[in-house]
Design a protein around this ligand. Structure first.
Ligand code: ZN
Length: 261
């Protein structure tokens, strides 16, 4: 039996899913990566509802680079390259002012570049995309958009984000919460994207409390965390831009035939 990496309670398998199924499949209506590699098993905690693919736990950075973040990665997440950073840059620009920002896991740095072009103090760190040196010092805002679901070691992730966040600073991060439990499939839980960890409202709160953080969700996918309630309160009134779209297809024959939703 597996135990939940967030709260230590017993977990059980929900479903198996072919590794090469990607989130993009659910928007296009067909398999973007046609080879079947073998199934990964999504497990979920009976207490906090955290879900994860244990198969990723043993992967090294070079495994992720070879099998996920390779030349074909852009196929499974088209908004990754321009659309998502452009939308987030517009949103951040509306309240950033002269605060400093580190975009953790920010890919090739598109978001940080867009913000700098608007006169903002933004930089990027992403070891998978050549920005391998973590910038020194601490920042007023540390962002991690669509990063959390890619990192098997959630404690390492939060510790790393906090190490770059000033005492009065905030973490702003996105990851779609499990608002519904489906024992057949869930489009966001697609291994080919490198999606390995999925929070519920409860597991997110438990993880943050473990690290001494208060958390507030602006939507089911956009979250803010801070060491003090006072720091958090300054951001609670923000509108949340949409980050994930709504899938248009579902599998009717795993993992080959799809039909419109
Ligand atoms: Zn749990």
């Amino acid at each position: 039996m597996r135990t939940c990496p967030i709260c230590g309670s017993p977990a059980k398998k929900i479903f198996d899913k072919e590794f090469n199924v990607s989130c993009g499949d659910y928007f296009e209506g067909y398999r973007l990566y046609t080879d079947n590699i073998g199934p990964f098993s999504l497990h979920a905690c009976g207490l906090c509802d955290f879900a994860w693919y244990p198969e990723f736990d043993a992967w090294s950075d070079s495994d992720f680079l070879a099998r996920i973040y390779n030349d074909d990665y852009h196929l499974c997440d088209p908004p990754f390259e321009y659309e998502r950073p452009a939308s987030l840059a517009m949103w951040l620009n509306s309240f950033l002012g002269d605060r400093t920002l580190l975009d953790f896991g920010g890919g090739e740095g598109t978001l940080a570049t867009m913000l700098r072009s608007q006169g903002k103090l933004a930089t990027v760190y992403d070891p998978y995309y050549g920005n391998t040196t973590l910038p020194a010092g601490t920042y007023d805002i540390v962002t991690a958009f669509e990063v959390m679901e890619h990192i098997p070691d959630q404690d390492w992730l939060i510790g790393s984000l906090l190490a770059s966040c000033s005492d009065a600073g905030v973490l702003i991060f996105s990851s779609l919460l499990r608002t519904e439990i489906d024992d057949q499939d869930w489009w966001y839980a697609s291994p080919r994207n490198g999606h390995c960890c999925f929070h519920s409202t409860q597991s997110l709160k438990m993880l943050m409390e473990k690290h001494g953080l208060h958390v507030h969700s602006l939507s089911d996918e956009l979250h803010i965390a801070a060491r003090t309630i006072g720091s958090l309160d300054r951001y609670k009134g923000l509108n949340a831009p949409r980050i994930s779209g709504q899938p248009k297809f579902r599998f009717v024959q795993p993992w080959s035939a799809m039909a419109p939703i």
